[in-house]
Design a protein around this ligand. Structure first.
Ligand code: 3HC
Ligand code: NAI
Length: 701
């Protein structure tokens, strides 16, 4: 079947793009559109042209794969399509349903008119791929929608819905009934009016407020830290205001082409495809029948249980939340209510929606209330005995095909599943991240016996909660927390070797992390690790390399932010970490205790010692089969640990450094330091020897 079809409907030539699944502008599509427009123009009976998409939407933009592939020699492209509209003697009407995104909206805006169904969305999401729109979007959108609205859309990359698009003047008419019929009538009417048929390029991009560009740069400073594309978008829109149309287009093209080549864009394109791959589980059919999950239960209304219950309610799934006693239940419900109220007060949720969601959460104390629910997530204390105990209770009351999951951070979910042998095909892990109602990552922990259907169902429930579910295997800490040990471990080790906490944190912050590892430790609370070490040491935390300073801080009652002191000092009501000479002294004591020479650290060494263990352990996890693909690991770090998205995740980033460089450094640090997280991964070695990146590994069978 051809990618673009042409047919005559009365006096209108209809050009239909048929390139499933999303009508991207792959090779052949531009040519088909150009040919359709030419055919209509050559036919005296045709008075107007309608451009429409078959299937789910209008056009989803350029075919993103072709930013990394050569465009076929001599093949028509966007600019040919746009020229064909501009040269058309007959008005061209874009008829939009589903989505007109990126190049899709650019094509639509180059038409004379646009009509849209009420449910469709239009947007310029290119910034999320690391470049500004490159087919005139930055020049036409501000002309149609006004500079402010155009700038907002282009810099944020967020789409707007049809009614707003009409209000802004991006589209001419909202069609309530059948789109094609409406578009045909509209096209005939415009043809009959005799014109002139205005093009967006003929309008001016009027600037009401000269300060808007600098204001935008200020506004995005935090969010766009380390990125080029959002600023490139601003530059392009500035060109729309300052330059004549054709020069603006030229300027846009230069900036676009420069950005497409950047590491930032390569990383963001990697993330785009990584997200689409993440939902696919080899061996499980895409259309496998799912178990219905219409009702749910949550055990524990603490930090995580409350957030998880909110996730169910947000997805419209009624949920019963169970606690040990009334007091804990009331406390948990009050926290949920406060969370929702905060969102309402920020204007991001209506009171009505909050009431509906609260109405879906039912507090209960009796396990019998969970007898008929389809799925239960356990979020009680992180102790194997407690978990086993509650699973035994669930076993006694839940219906036989209920899905039972544990939110454990580290415990062996196979061991938990083994306590309910008759149900082990229905038991798995769902590891949410804190705050559970906010964080997008969900590790779905695949137990040995879980059925394909249950695994696929839980992935789907995660998507219904608007999470990004990633399959992980059963190993200590699954994907994310297992990798993290080396990262935090090295930060603590370097403190003992003389690196000031503020230098370590600054290096990681400048790399793009939201916070440095020691500031994060202060935020999470140093006492958590300390208490584990005390348990392991029979009541006393043994001073091992990497735990000396943290132990001493805890012994002094310095647990981090919550006590106003940890690795840093925090003034009352202020979360800014202030360096503390007392910590420098503790570091010296640690060095003396272990017989180490303290020394100055280069920023490069700090970066390597924090980051390379992530890559090395990531490779081990991959090799051992606990992650399905390297790109899943990247998504875990971006969505669960605030790794800068524009670096593409640790595994992709390692490829930009070169796996050989990373591997050689891992071997060197292993020789020098010897810690387990430096034990070179055989997979890392193989890929380094073969001159490959983790993306190559993902392509291997
Ligand atoms: N190019 C190539 N493939 C694309 C694509 C595109 N623009 N958009 C989607 N796909 C592919 C996906 O990779 C996926 O493939 P798979 O089935 O093999 O995994 C398939 O289409 C379906 O995609 P989704 O799973 O994302 O489908 P949804 O229905 O959830 O979402 C969508 C549809 C909203 C269109 C979403 O796919 C999307 O946001 N696409 C990207 C839109 C975009 O960024 N456009 C700008 C492109 S750059 C550009 O146009 C440059 C221009 O300025 C010159
Ligand atoms: P929490 O201490 O805040 O909440 C646990 C709740 O479970 C308490 O309210 C407690 O009363 C309740 N509870 C304990 N035993 C119970 C029982 N037998 N029946 C019913 N309720 C019971 O703990 P948090 O932080 O919510 O952690 C819960 C689980 O989530 C743990 O397994 C933890 O490892 C995991 N987790 C925690 C994260 C975090 O950042 N806090 C992140 C990801 C996972």
């Amino acid at each position: 079947m051809s990618l673009v079809n042409y047919e005559k409907r009365g006096a209108v030539g209809v050009v239909t793009v048929t390139n499933p699944p999303v009508n991207a502008m792959s090779p052949g599509v531009p040519k088909g559109i150009v040919n359709g427009v030419a055919e209509a123009n050559a036919d005296d009976d045709v008075k107007a042209i309608v451009l429409i998409g078959a299937g789910r939407g209008f056009i989803a933009g350029a075919d993103i794969r072709y930013f990394s592939l050569p465009w076929p020699e001599g093949e028509e492209n966007f600019s040919d399509v746009i020229k064909s509209f501009e040269g058309s003697a007959k008005p061209v009407v874009a008829a939009i349903h589903g989505h007109a995104l990126g190049g899709g909206l650019e094509v639509a805006m180059a038409c004379h008119y646009r009509v849209i169904v009420p449910t469709a969305q239009v947007g310029q999401p290119e910034v999320k791929l690391g470049f500004p729109p490159g087919a005139g979007g930055t020049q036409r959108l501000p002309r149609l929608a006004g500079v402010k609205a155009g700038l907002d859309m282009i810099v944020s990359g967020n789409p707007v819905r049809a009614p707003r698009a009409a209000e802004l003047g991006i589209v001419d008419k909202v069609i309530d009934g059948d789109l094609l019929e409406g578009a045909l009538a509209f096209a005939e009417e415009k043809a009959a009016s005799g014109g002139p048929h205005r093009l967006a390029r003929d309008l001016d991009a009027k600037l009401d407020d000269a300060g808007i560009f600098d204001a935008k740069r200020q506004e995005i400073k935090r969010r766009a830290r380390g990125m080029r594309a959002p600023y490139a978008c601003i530059e392009c829109v500035e060109a729309a205001v300052e330059l004549p149309f054709d020069e603006g287009i030229k300027r846009e093209r230069e900036i676009f082409e420069d950005c497409v080549k950047s590491d930032e864009s390569k990383a963001l394109r990697h993330v785009f495809f990584a997200e689409r791959a993440a939902g696919k589980i080899p061996g499980i059919a895409k259309d496998i029948a799912l178990r219905p999950v219409k009702t749910a239960g949550v055990l524990g209304a603490g930090t995580m249980g409350g957030g998880i219950a909110m996730n169910f309610a947000n997805a419209g799934i009624p949920v019963r939340i169970l606690e040990q006693n009334q007091e804990a239940l009331d406390k948990g419900m009050a926290r949920i209510e406060k969370n929702y109220a905060n969102t309402v007060s920020k204007g991001r949720l209506s009171q009505d929606d909050m009431d509906k969601r609260m109405g879906l959460i039912e507090p209960v104390l009796d396990y019998a209330a969970l007898g008929d629910v389809d799925m239960v997530i356990e979020a009680v204390f992180e102790t194997m005995d407690v978990k086993k105990n509650v699973f035994a209770k669930l076993d006694a009351v839940c219906k036989p095909d209920a899905i039972l999951t544990s939110n454990t951070s580290y415990l062996n979910v196979d061991e938990i599943a083994a306590t309910v042998p008759g149900r082990s095909g229905n038991v798995l892990g769902t590891h949410f991240f804190s705050p559970a109602n906010v964080m997008r990552l969900l590790e779905v922990v695949r137990t040995e016996n879980v059925s394909d259907q249950v695994l696929a169902t839980v992935m789907d429930v995660g998507k219904r909660m608007r999470k990004l579910p990633i399959v992980a295997g059963v190993c200590h800490g699954f994907i994310g927390n297992r990798m993290l040990e080396g990262y935090f471990g090295e930060a603590a080790l370097m403190v003992e070797e003389g690196a000031p906490p503020q230098q370590i944190d600054k290096v990681m912050y400048d790399f793009g992390m939201a916070m440095g590892p020691l500031a994060v430790s202060d935020l999470a609370g140093l006492d958590i690790g300390w208490s584990k070490r005390k348990d392991a040491g029979g009541g006393e935390a043994v001073h091992e390399r990497g735990s000396f300073v943290s132990n001493k801080l805890c012994e002094m009652g310095r647990f981090g932010q919550k006590t106003g002191r940890g690795y840093y000092i925090y003034e009352q009501g202020n979360r800014t970490p202030v360096p503390d000479p007392e910590v420098a002294q503790l570091a010296k004591d640690a060095a003396a205790h272990f017989g180490l020479e303290t020394r100055d650290f280069s920023d490069q060494e700090i970066l390597e010692r924090c980051m390379y263990p992530l890559v090395n352990i990531g490779a081990q996890i991959l090799d051992e089969g606990f992650a399905l693909r390297a790109s899943d690991i990247d998504l875990v770090y971006i969505n669960g640990y605030a790794f800068p998205v524009w670096r593409g995740g640790p595994m992709h980033w390692a490829g930009t450094v070169g796996l050989k460089t990373v591997y050689d450094a891992v071997c060197r640090y292993h020789d020098e330091l010897g810690f387990a997280h430096w034990k070179p991964s055989p997979l890392l070695k193989r890929l380094a020897d073969e001159g490959k990146a983790f993306e190559d590994y993902d392509q291997e069978d």
